[in-house]
Design a protein around this ligand. Structure first.
Ligand code: CUA
Length: 307
């Protein structure tokens, strides 16, 4: 068996083992009963001319149907409870941007440190990955953590885990993405908290430090003229003020409410008319094709930190 190297791994294995053993035992019982009945009630062993005609057995049929429904619902609810845990990252998570490309993984830390195919994380600290792809669909998979999530171009998906075992854990791509798919491998390196601080201090440039995304986002915000329509306070200009909006709900034209998360900001940049905030004109131009994935990420980090 693979090591259980994250807090979620144990839950996943318990559920998986329960379904596996339930299925295996059921399979053996059904096949066993079929063989038994085939031999026991073989026509020639009894009266070769009289096979009793059976019309049904209501009690038996209903109890089998209801019994199996209960089993399926137990598995469904159990799976749902575990799945919910997988969806919502703890608020104190270390956030790392993941950019999947044909055929490698790029990890960018909040301070701008960028790593290729290697993700260094501290032990027992929740880590949230905010992932997107620059070409086709990939899938981020760490078998030892029992986590897997599709990485899709043009939108963000997230994944979180808390590593509970020091050492190296493989990252695989679990979605066929072209000829280099099988070579799209990486490694999660789990170190303890002091080692992580040490790693941040002593090796600030493995392999290269790029721009701090928050500062870069700030530059872009004025370079791309975002500031002509959006204040970084709560003040209303042509568009809504952006102070403290991240993660909060907002009412749109038409009364629908949505959360302003990473996907919302990306969509607002690429298809500004898709969701227009109530009380504002649909005046924003699209930035489709004029902002790279890295630039969109930087703007998101900048907006996220306006609080
Ligand atoms: Cu990326 Cu397969």
């Amino acid at each position: 068996m693979l090591p259980q190297a994250s807090t979620l791994a144990k839950n996943f294995d318990i559920l998986f083992n329960n379904i596996f053993w339930f299925s295996l035992i059921s399979f053996a019982l059904v096949i066993g009963a079929m063989i038994y009945f085939a031999i026991r009630y073989h026509r020639t062993r009894r009266d070769p001319f009289k096979t009793p005609y059976i019309t049904g057995h209501h009690l038996m049929e209903i109890s089998v149907s209801v019994g199996l429904l209960i089993v399926v619902m137990v598995i469904f609810v159990w799976g749902w409870v575990d799945y919910k845990k997988l969806l919502k990252a703890p608020s104190d998570s270390l956030e790392i941007q993941v950019l999947a490309k044909q055929w490698f993984w790029e990890f960018q830390y909040p301070e701008g440190r960028k790593l290729t195919n290697e993700l260094v994380v501290p032990l027992n600290q929740p880590v949230k990955l905010i992932m997107t792809s620059s070409d086709v669909i990939h899938s981020f998979f760490v078998p030892n953590f029992r986590v897997k999530q599709d990485v899709v171009p043009g939108q963000y998906t997230t994944l979180w885990f808390t590593a509970t075992q020091l050492g190296e854990h493989s990252i695989l791509c679990a979605e066929f993405c072209g000829t280099g798919h099988s070579k799209m491998l990486g490694m999660v390196k789990v170190v303890n908290a002091e080692e992580f601080q040490q790693w941040k201090k002593t090796t600030p440039s493995i392999p290269a430090v790029s721009k701090n995304p928050q500062e870069w986002g700030k530059e872009l915000f004025s370079q791309k003229m975002c500031n002509t329509c959006h204040a970084i306070t709560t003040q209303k200009l042509v568009g809504p003020g952006l102070f403290g909006i991240f993660g909060k709900e907002v009412e749109l034209e038409g009364g629908k409410k949505v959360a302003r998360d990473e996907n919302y900001i990306r969509e607002s940049l690429m298809q500004p008319q898709a969701k227009v905030v109530k009380g504002f004109p649909p005046a924003m131009p699209t930035f489709q094709g004029t902002l790279t994935d890295e630039e969109v990420n930087a703007l998101i980090v900048y907006i996220k930190n306006l609080k």
